[in-house]
Design a protein around this ligand. Structure first.
Ligand code: SAH
Ligand code: DHB
Ligand code: MG
Length: 218
């Protein structure tokens, strides 16, 4: 089925997403610089952009920059005075992202913070709250990242968490894959968190069988 999932994503892209030199060059540059191809798909990127626009987001937080592909989609949702903070552990990923965001003419709106996201988040106090948070970094920390998103958000803040299905791996109770253990901890946290309304939606496509959490702070 994987080929057909890819073909349908290609069809969706051809019909609805159009050609985009900035995004195509970003993916080519990421590959040339040795970054893994684990960016969101084009269709998912546009969904993130639309969700941020629907939320009227002026302040966006992203955890997990990689080469800035999802960052570009999210930053395009911002108004002129909007700002995006994106957190990345790997200095090489961050420097590749910096080049891609410069080419996309989005640098002025974007602040890349390099280091473990747990530390970058802990250092964030007294900020204006974030309206939209996209979580897509180390999966073992996802429950913590959602708690931080609540702390740094406000009533109505939108939270999206990528890669929460992992080809069904989320069902593996005794997994020794820390990404699956972390994803299950995320679902446990969400099911017990009274400050959020949350769902999860499974997806197939260019990124195989996976899914995302969509949540809103009460
Ligand atoms: N959001 C990107 C993909 C992110 S891939 C996109 O869709 O285009 C996950 C990224 O999280 C990688 O670049 C990885 O280096 C980063 N990461 C892993 N652990 C991290 C941590 N503890 N803190 C911050 N970033 C981390
Ligand atoms: C992985 C991470 C991602 O953010 C993704 O979209 C796909 C895979 C991973 O760590 O395996
Ligand atoms: Mg992801």
């Amino acid at each position: 089925m994987g080929e057909r999932w890819q073909a349908v994503d290609d069809y969706i892209a051809a019909k609805l997403l159009g050609d985009d030199d900035v995004l195509a060059t970003t993916l080519a540059n990421n590959a040339a610089q040795g970054l893994p191809p684990i960016d969101v798909s084009a269709a998912q990127g546009k969904m993130l952009c639309l969700l941020a626009q629907i939320a009227g987001a002026k302040r966006i937080l992203e955890i997990g920059t990689l080469g800035g592909y999802s960052t570009i989609w999210l930053a395009r949702a911002l108004p002129e005075d909007g700002r995006l903070v994106t957190l990345e552990l790997d200095p090489h990923h961050a420097s590749v992202a910096r080049v891609n965001l410069e080419r996309a003419q989005l640098s002025a709106k974007i602040d890349i913070r390099v280091g473990p996201a747990v530390d970058s988040l802990a250092a964030m106090t007294g900020h204006a709250p974030f309206d939209f948070v996209f979580i897509d970094a180390d999966k073992q920390s996802n429950a913590h990242y959602v708690r931080e998103a609540i702390r740094l958000g406000h009533a109505g803040t939108t939270i999206v968490v990528d890669n929460v299905v992992r080809e069904g791996g989320v069902l593996e109770v005794d997994s020794d894959d820390e990404r699956i253990v972390g994803t299950r901890a995320l679902f446990d946290m969400l099911s017990a968190e009274p400050r959020l309304d949350a769902t999860a939606v499974q997806t197939v496509g260019a990124k195989k069988w996976d899914g995302f959490v969509l949540a809103r702070v009460r």
